[in-house]
Design a protein around this ligand. Sequence first.
Ligand SMILES: [Fe+2]
Length: 271
Amino acid sequence: MLKIIFFGDICGEPGRKAVRNNLPKLLESEKPDLILANVDNLAHGKGVTVKTLEELIRAGVMGFTSGNHGFSKKELSDAAFVKYKDIIARPSNIPDTYPGSGAIKIKTDKGIVLIGHFLGQVFMEKQFQDPIESPFDQFPPWLQKNMDDSVVASLIDLHAEVTSEKVAFGHFLDGKVSAMVGTHTHVPTADQKVLPGGTAYITDVGMCGAAGSVLGMKKEVSLERFVNKGYAPYEISDDARFAELSYVIIEVDEKTRKATGIRQFHQIVDL
Ligand SMILES: [Fe+2]
């Protein structure tokens, strides 16, 4: 049985610290074969950098997915996607002009795991600066191009706003990959299950980030925008006494490539 831990959107330093502090215990108790994380908001809430990715690599995270903010740090983000192209997946349904890879293969002790990443389209057009192709159109050719006999398990991260699009995509993928996890909303859902075709599924894993925030960001900024209709730039919450640590643990039978279980965790941890 191949065991995968997947951390939901790691949001700035509070999220990175929550993972750094808690991963050693998880490695000991769960003995996972593969540790993955969504890093759309890794570097101060937007995008990735080499420095922040390396912090997680040192902590033991082995592979990454990104999202609509992945490239927000411009040259710094591009450098991370180029340097770590073998272990960080960018959305594969965005223009080819972006650096990085839409599919990564990570070698574990139990065999190779294929990881793919797509953006949703619904309500995402204002959250990404370029056109997003339909993940439903783009997944079949992606699978044909990247799946081969060496793969013992596969996982897709759909980074999307709307629950219906994610649920529908889960059914679309059922039986074709070992797992689909949803990311982006930062709010975990409790609908984890193994679908009839053997695909482990959850609509959203949730986030790793400051508790007492709005989705990892300062609550005052969010309230200013909603209550006073004022504009204030989002900032990572500095109320970082506690963090939310959201992740799933997925088990896959590497002989059949089918999932046998998925467990969801949403913990409040000290920082
Ligand atoms: Fe996102």
